[in-house]
Ligand binder design. Structure first.
Ligand SMILES: [Zn+2]
Length: 407
């Protein structure tokens, strides 16, 4: 069956009759993400809501005021998924979510154009494609695609868009000899009962069940985003068409504006400035390491000369290297040592280290780890692990002080 949306892809409203309404628990799939659903599957005498097929996602819309969350094709029928039931025989007004549908039309017709140019002019065959929530891609039968081919294909597609090349839909009988020059490019044959051909004038003829623009100028522009390795022997070429290009451009501009404010300089200086910052950070970190390792030695010498009963050291900025150096430097002194530091990006969390005579570790270890929500274990007389919450650090100091006062 050819649905109304395939006859006229620009119809936004349509009146139809409810033919069937059955309960369902079939899941809803949204751009590849599956979610549970409980509701109804409604069949109408005809529909302007496109059921998913040919790589194009389903439409969403309304039947009167009842929301349609998914449309699937099962044989000759289009199943409309709704939360509320509709009475069989009732007349309903269909409305399609046009911004979503037109976006799908732009991406889908854009894919036909791109695939045709890549095949005709670069000998790169499309084996499948994906229309995603943000980006789409064509899967090409090649292990690599040159940057030059990508650049030239993009320019050629935009040339045909600027020329307002017409796009028409033609219907054929299965034995029509004209069919031989068309192809499906290995795309799913899920809607091949009526042979429907999408023709881009002088460029492409392709069997397809999707909804398409009537003129390439409606695509506005196509932008190729580059390639990624695909399945074995394949390369995915990512693309955006029409409104997605302007929306993406806006997001990029917003990010650039934020960076300009942070870096206090123009966009053409951003790269240079970030490189400079990274270099400075590297030098600063190296200097910090040197200072901390000198400080560790200084602390070790001080503690050795003072000979305290215990050491409690909480240095927020201490690195794991600093803590390890102090612990190693004091491991033969026979004193109880507690070290703590903050995680640089999560100040509530931190690293802790406990070492010393077994009797003290046994007496204090468990209470300390409980106070600091510590995760880890004693190994060879040392505890090294994470503190889930440094909020208890003062209680921890008090605990250790009291313990040694009462010894
Ligand atoms: Zn198609």
């Amino acid at each position: 069956m050819v649905f109304k949306c395939q006859e006229d892809s620009f119809l936004k409203e349509f009146t139809s009759t409810v033919v069937k309404c059955e309960e369902t628990k079939e899941p809803v799939v949204e751009y590849g993400k599956t979610s549970q659903f409980e509701g109804y599957q409604v069949v109408l005498d005809n529909t302007i809501l496109f059921p998913a097929g040919g790589g194009q996602p389903h439409d969403i819309g309304w039947l009167n005021d009842v929301e349609v969350v998914q449309v699937l094709r099962k044989g000759e029928e289009a199943l409309h998924f709704t939360k509320q039931p509709l009475e069989v025989g009732a007349e309903v007004k269909q409305r399609v979510d046009w911004s979503r549908r037109f976006d799908h039309m732009q991406q889908h017709s854009g894919q036909h154009l791109l695939s045709a140019i890549l095949e005709n002019e670069h000998n790169l065959r499309t084996t499948s494609w994906w229309l995603g929530a943000d980006e789409s891609y064509v899967e090409l039968e090649s292990t690599s695609v040159s940057e030059d081919a990508v650049r030239r294909a993009e320019a050629r597609c935009n040339e045909l868009i600027q020329a307002a090349t017409p796009v028409t839909v033609k219907f054929y009988q299965a034995n029509d000899p004209d069919l031989e020059e068309a192809h499906t490019r290995g795309l799913p044959k899920d809607c091949m009962d009526t042979i429907r051909m999408i023709c881009i004038e002088n460029v492409d003829k392709n069997m397809c069940c999707g909804t398409h623009v009537s003129n390439l100028s409606q695509l506005q522009v196509i932008k190729l985003l580059g390639t990624e390795p695909g399945k074995k022997g394949k390369t995915n070429l990512k693309f955006l068409v029409g409104n997605r290009v302007t929306n993406t451009m806006q997001r990029m501009l917003d990010r650039e504006k934020a960076l300009t404010a942070l870096l206090k300089n123009e966009p053409n200086k951003h790269e240079e400035l970030v490189q400079k910052l990274q270099k400075n950070l590297k030098v600063t970190n190296k200097n910090l390491q040197n200072v901390l390792s000198e400080l560790a030695q200084f602390e070790i010498d001080r503690i050795k000369s003072e000979k305290p009963k215990f050491v409690f050291m909480f240095k927020k900025e201490a690195t794991p290297e600093f803590n390890r150096a102090v612990s190693k430097g004091l491991e033969n002194e026979g004193l109880f040592l507690f070290l703590a530091s903050e995680e640089p990006d999560k100040p509530k969390e931190g690293q802790i280290m406990i070492q010393g005579p077994e009797e003290h570790c046994n007496a204090l270890g468990q209470q300390i780890t409980e106070l600091l929500k510590g995760k880890g274990a004693f190994k060879n007389g040392k505890f090294q692990g994470k503190a889930g919450d440094l909020g208890g650090i003062n209680k921890c100091r008090k605990l250790i002080e009291d313990y040694f006062k009462n010894l």
